[in-house]
Every structure is written in C-alpha cells, then in structure tokens.
Design a protein around this ligand. Structure first.
Ligand SMILES: [Zn+2]
Length: 818
C-alpha cells in the first residue's frame, strides 16, 4: 500500500451556481426508477387449488447429515412431494425460494380443492380480517367457510431435523386419508408448511445456514434469503397459529414464554389462547406414552423471568406474534446427535417426530374447537390497531400465573414521518427502512403535497406512517427506541435488549405523538431513493452516510476514478466528462445523492482499498455489503494472507500477537512497518492495538448481556462527521487511559443507555455510569504512519445496525490513506 499524501486544490467549480439544483441528465433518466413497484397480488390473479408443480429432484447425497439421524435426507423430499401431488389434489407444492447456497426451499399447502372463485373468496376474506376486521368477524359466511390458516416452520436450525419429518408425515397422512373427519378438516383449514427452512444446515448438520447465520435471529434484519421466505409466509399466510419446530430441550419445551414480553403486543389476545393450547399439547404428549414425554416445560409457567422470553422480534414466534398469530417454539426433547448407537439415534428422532406431529395436530384441533373466537381475536388485534386504542392493562391472574412481572406495555405515537429531501440524512437509508417496514407487514404512505407537522416543514413525497393501522405493534417495535429493561430482569434468552431500526438504521425518523399530518396520503409499496446528480459540470461531492454511499465510492475506486477525501470524511470526484458518466452510473445503481463540491475544496486522493479481516461472517459480510475487497486473515496464516496489497487489517475477532509464529509475526511487522492501517472493534481490537504497540489504551467491557441503543456524542472529523447521535452496542466497550496522540471521534453520552439492558457490577466499574462520557471510537496515526481506528460500539453485529456502517467504512478509508 502507498501512503500518499496528495492534495489537490480544485478550481472553482463551473457548476457552482447550480448547487442544490438536482437534475438528471441524459437518457438514463428514463430508467432511473423501478418502473412498477411490487404491489399486492390482485384478487383477479388468485389461482384455484391445488397449485401443483413438479419439483426438481436433487442428486443423491450420501453425506447428508440427516441419514445417520434416521430422518429424511434433503434429496428425498422433492420426490416424495411430487408423488403426493400426483396422487392427491389436496397437496400443492412449490419452490418458494433458494437458500444462500442455491438449494430449493419447498412450501407445501394442504387444503381441500378450491375453484378459482373460491380461492379468490378466501383471499378476500383473509384481507378483510386485516383491512375491515369488524366486517370480517361478523360475516356469517366468513365465519362458516373461511379456511383458518396454520403455519408450520420446520428445521430452521439445520441440526434440529425432525420438524421436517413431522411435516411430511402430516402432509402424507392428510393427503391419503379416507377419514371423513380429515376431509372436513381440510375444508375448514389451510395448512402451510415450510418443509425445511434451512436445507443447507440440514445437510451439513449445522444450526446456521450455509452463510453462517442463525436464521432464528434474523427476522427483523432479513439478511438471508431463507429468512426472507419465512417472513413472507408469516405475513402472507396470516396464520392463526404458527409453529416453529426445534430441538432439543428435555422435557419438551413449548411457548408461551417468560417475561420480558415485547411491549407492542396485544398480549391478552395471545395468552388467552396460547396457554390452553400449550396445556393441551402437553397432555397429548403424555398420551404418546413415552417416558420422555410425560411432562413438558412451558417457560411462562415453569421458568423465571428472562430465561426464555419473547422480547426481541428477531425470532420467528416473536415476529409472528406481532402479526396477530398465536406462535410457538416447540423444542423436541431428545438430542439425537453425538456419541449414540445408530439404534438410539433413530429411537430419539422417532420420538421427536411424534412430538412435533402432536404439536401440529393439537394446534389444529385448538383452532377447530375455538374457531369463532380465534378468528375474532386475530381480527381484534387489527381492530385495536386501526382504532388507535391504547394497549390493555392485563389484570393479575388473567390466566393462571399472570402477574405484575408479565406487564410490558408501550404507548403508541400517532404517526411517524420519514422525511425525504433536505431533511433526510440518508435517502438510501430511508428507502431501506421503508422496505423493511412494508416487507414486515407494515403500511407506509407518501404525502402528496408538502406539509408542516411538529413545527417542521416536509416536502411532497415524504413518507408518513399513520400508526392507526392493523399491525401498528410491528411497525412501532421497529421504529420506537425501546425500553430500559435493566431493573426488570437479570437475564434474556438472547439479545439484543433493544434494537430500534428507527434510531440505528441511518434514516432520519421523526415521531409525532399527537399528530397525523394534515396532507393527502397515498399508500406506497416500496421505498425509493431517486439519487441525484447536480446539473452543470461541477466537481461532484458525496457525503458518506450509508452503505450505499460506500458502495458507490468503492465502485468508483475500483474503476480507477480519482476520489478525494475531504477533512470531514466526505469525498469529491473532480469533473471530467468520463468521471461524470461513471458517477452517474453509480448513482443509478446505488441511488446516492451527489452534490456540487464546495468551492476551493482540497482533499487526499484515495486508492482502491483491500481489507484483510479477522472475524466472523458478520465482519466479512459487513465489509462486502459496503463494497470493500475483503479477504480472510487468521493468526495462523498471516505469512501468506497479509499480502503486500492489503491496505487495512480489520481486527474483528481475537488476533493474539503474543502467540504468533515467527513467520506470522514477521508478516505482521512488515505490514505495520509499511504503514498498514488497522481498524478494530471491541476488546479484540483494543487488545491487538496494545499488543502491537499502536495505540495504548484501556478497554472496558460491559456485561455480556448488556445491549441496546445508546446516546453518543460525535466530534466530527473523517470518521464521525455527520454520524448518528445514537449507536448500537452488544456488550459495549469504552476506552480510557488513552495513549499520546489519541483522538476521540465519538464518546458515550452523559446518560448513555437509551433503551436495552445495561447492568452494573457491585464495584460499579462496568455499568453505564462508568461509560458515560468515555470514548466509544478513538483514532490515531502512529509514528510509522499507521492509521488506527478502534470501535467500542458494534457496527457488524448480525448485520443489524446499518446506520453504523458508514462510520466503519469511513474509518477504513481513513486508515488506508491519509
Ligand atoms: Zn432451534
């Protein structure tokens, strides 16, 4: 890498008089926006049932990890479903998506045949439940003939196999049954199966998908294609009950959960059904007759607060609850992995399959026996949303075991506004957030005129979220800050304790507590960022405030376009006709906003950046999502991987300098001697910095459970100029005893915790009071010319906090070249 310190004094831009007049140029304008945004399926396009497809058959795989467990291997699923479709008009199967590795995701619907008119009527009724809930639940025909949906999500964790086998068993039994009771059941119900939500994990015998992600932490981030399908099915099928089939907890574990409960739910309407159906499942498990199924564990009944909660909507069930479904995690009891005889493995997987079968059939029976009430209550959630009613106070003893520890409520604002134009810090971030809300079942509108609300003026096109909408709980859960849980629980099943896409995904979001903007609104079905190219021939300026901006910058650098970084971390591309054309192409691709460069700008010429990273798949994918050339590096391979073309070493996991071999140490020393940049996160980054003698400091970590949204103070400069005033932490780290030359780019606020959980040890050394005012991002340049930036916040965690990505990208660009 070269540590050039080139500066360039620009001539006054010819187009400076056009500053701020954003216009498109050239014929490309015609294709700048998606021609037809995705819309809901028109009723006229709804097809009859069955909807059968011949599924492609996958080659036999003798290494499929399912085989020794005694469960169905992936390659046998498609032939089985093809045969069932050939024999039965009750089964409809389709390839509904692809895994990250390209395998087919199978969705099966089991229901009595429907003419096209009947299918359209069913779809109409399903929409009424949400759109006109009172009309729906008082409609005699709907109550008699609506096919209540049940959704089974199987095998989301790849090495928890048996949900798939139970699903296939129930599909086959119902498809081939001659029992009139089954025929009747299928006239009144629609069963939707995601047969294996994680085929790659099923075959490999891993919990995660092939990209390394736990799909059951991804429902509000949707970073993986498998999660996207689960979300789509959960939103579109409108299931009365959702079953997410897992293993292995003994005895069988099933929801409802312990507190903390997500604060946005109409919990009364959930728990009144969830608990009795859980008790019915427990009883039916007992009747299986196995010694191992004589009792169940129902966390709501059996566990202390925080042990098995439904707080963050990152899980399938907690996400489905916000859709007005009655959801369950079912943990089958017997782990078939590990050092067992083949016979014992098969015995265990057989019992687990029976357990999941019971969960499916008992839940169906519950819907059958309580049909009118569950339809009424699903609609009641939507009715309360439309009416904007406050959440109910649920009295102690509402169901057995309900007490003060279970009461978690929020207050809903009247509306949210996501500005467009000058009031929006990042239009691509705003479009991403709007897409997340809509994809999650929320409703978003666009103002047809300019308006003033809450003392601010907004242009036409501004996104408005009227929170009087059926899934207001889901929308609010993504946008509100969250609550401080610290004093209420001492444990969580898994973090985060607060997430707030509204505060951490990089878009400006305004909350209107008592006001719905008085302006004509048109419902929109996707977010859009037009991107802007200023008219005339100015040098082109881009403020990096989103991953989209980094994608554009990195693409321009890869094409050899000169890009200069200004002191505040923004960049300028000098005008030439070629540069302008290439910038225009990146604007169309990434929807970013270039402006005319400030007169008399000066900056540092950047070069294409190669990043060697130590860390998880999340580190890898964050770098890739921001357009960096990312290459894996490990402590054991530095001699061969920390090559001469690597500009920045990203320490996103432990890199222990003291235990390096001589060859690997020499490679590191050579990298540092030539001025290589270093960006690190958390205690691992700080430990490396200390051990390598770069920037000495003390890094203190909060407790492992500490997580959430924090206040930060940004001090400007290349890394945090224009950064969000909030950040995201998952075990926060702060830096003290800073060595000479350290610059604090960002510090925790005086009262750091906005929302989440951040407890304090007895000594008082690891709580928010200890972190208040301390550095969260520090930077230095060493005598050898190494640019070093250390983060105590968590910009890569599960690819969640999109608003932190520009800080990370700016840090990498700065560390690479100054
Ligand atoms: Zn699981």
């Amino acid at each position: 890498m070269s540590t050039r310190h080139l500066t360039r004094l620009a001539a006054v831009a010819v187009g400076a008089s056009l500053l701020g007049t954003a216009v498109w140029t050239g014929p490309a304008n015609a294709t700048a926006l998606p021609a037809v945004p995705p819309q809901p399926v028109q009723l006229a396009h709804v097809e009859a049932y069955p909807r059968q497809n011949v599924l492609p058959v996958w080659p036999d795989d003798p290494n499929d990890a399912s085989i020794p467990i005694g469960v169905v291997p992936y390659d046998e699923i498609a032939p089985k479903l093809n045969a069932l479709q050939a024999d039965s008009d009750l089964v409809s199967a389709r390839v509904a998506g692809k895994t990250v590795a390209g395998r087919d995701l199978y969705v099966v619907t089991v229901t009595a045949p429907e003419t096209r008119a009947q299918a359209q009527q069913q779809e109409q009724w399903k929409r009424w439940l949400e759109d006109e809930p009172v009309k729906a639940r008082t409609n005699a025909r709907l109550l008699a003939e609506y096919k209540t949906p049940l959704f089974v999500n199987a095998n989301i964790h790849g090495n928890e196999w048996e949900g798939t086998d139970a699903a296939l068993r129930v599909i086959e039994e119902f498809a081939t049954s001659t029992d009139p009771a089954v025929a009747d059941l299928l006239k009144r119900n629609r069963l939707v199966f995601n047969v294996t939500a994680n085929p790659d994990g099923r075959i490999a015998g891993t919990r995660a998908n092939a990209a390394g992600y736990d799909l059951n932490r991804d429902l509000t981030i949707v970073s993986q294609p498998e999660t996207n399908l689960i979300r789509e099915l959960t939103v579109d099928a409108k299931p009365i009950i959702t079953l997410d089939l897992h293993g292995y907890v003994s005895p069988t574990l099933l929801h409802p959960s312990t507190p903390p409960h997500n604060v946005n739910n109409e919990y009364d309407l959930f728990i009144k059904h969830a608990l009795p159906n859980a008790l019915a499942i427990e009883e039916d498990l007992r009747d299986l007759g196995y010694a191992e199924t004589q009792r169940a564990r129902i966390p709501f009944r059996d566990d202390a607060p925080g042990v098995w909660d439904d707080f963050p909507p990152i899980y399938v069930p907690s996400f489905a609850l916000l859709q007005s479904s009655i959801p369950y995690t079912i943990e089958a009891p017997l782990n078939p992995r590990g050092n067992l005889t083949p016979a014992e493995r098969v015995r265990r997987s057989g019992i687990n399959t029976d357990v999941h079968e019971v969960a499916i059939k008992t839940s169906l029976r519950y819907i059958e026996e309580n049909r009118t009430q569950v339809i009424h209550d699903q609609a009641e959630v939507y009715r309360r949303g439309w009416a904007g009613e406050p959440l109910r106070d649920i009295p102690d003893g509402y169901v057995p075991g309900w007490g003060p520890e279970d009461n978690y409520n929020t207050e809903f604002p009247r509306s949210y506004v996501i500005p467009t134009g000058a009031g929006q810090r990042s239009e691509p971030a705003a479009a991403r957030l709007v897409d997340l809300l809509i994809g999650s079942g929320g409703r978003v509108w666009r103002a047809q005129d300019g308006f003033t609300a809450g003392g601010k003026s907004y242009p036409a096109g501004t996104y408005v979220i009227d929170l009087h909408q059926p899934k207001r709980g889901l929308v609010n859960s993504l946008l509100e800050p969250g609550i401080d849980l610290t004093d209420r629980v001492a444990d969580l099943y898994a973090g985060p304790a607060a997430w707030s896409q509204g505060l951490t995904w990089g878009a400006t979001v305004d909350t209107l507590w008592d006001e719905l903007p008085d302006v004509p609104l048109l419902r929109t079905y996707d977010g859009s960022a037009p991107g802007t190219l200023p008219g005339g021939t100015p040098d082109l300026h881009l403020d990096i405030q989103d991953a989209s901006d980094l994608l554009a910058v990195n693409a321009l650098l890869a094409q050899g376009v000169p890009v200069y970084r200004l002191a505040d971390g923004s960049v300028v591309v000098p005008h030439t006709p070629t540069n302008r054309r290439l910038v225009h192409a990146e604007i169309r691709r990434h929807r970013v906003n270039f402006a005319a460069a400030p007169a008399g700008w000066s900056g540092t010429l950047l070069d294409k950046v190669a990043v060697g990273y130590v860390g998880s798949v999340e580190v890898r994918d964050t770098l890739l999502d921001n357009g960096f050339d990312a290459r894996p590096v490990t402590a054991a391979t530095l001699a061969t991987t920390l090559t001469a073309d690597i500009d920045v070493l990203f320490v996103g996991g432990t890199l222990n300098v003291a235990t390096l071999t001589a060859d690997n140490r020499a490679a590191l020393d050579a990298f540092l001697a030539r001025g290589g940049g270093v960006v690190g996160i958390d205690t691992a980054g700080a430990a490396f910095s200390n051990a390598a003698g770069l920037l000495t400091l003390t890094a203190t970590a909060g407790q492992s459970l500490a997580s959430g949204v924090v206040n930060v103070v940004n001090n400007g400069g290349p890394v945090t100029s224009g950064a969000l005033p909030h950040s995201f932490v998952a075990q926060p780290v702060w830096f003290t005893n800073l060595g000479a030359g350290a610059i604090v780019d960002q510090a925790y606020g005086a009262d750091p915790l906005v929302a989440g959980w951040w407890g304090t040890n007895a000594a008082g050394t690891n709580g928010p009071a200890a972190a208040a005012g301390q550095a969260s991002i520090v930077r230095t340049e060493t005598a050898a010319g190494n640019g070093v930036v250390l983060f105590g916040t968590d910009p890569t965690w599960r690819l969640h906090a999109k608003g932190l990505h520009p800080q990370l990208g700016r840090a990498i660009l700065w560390a690479a070249q100054r």
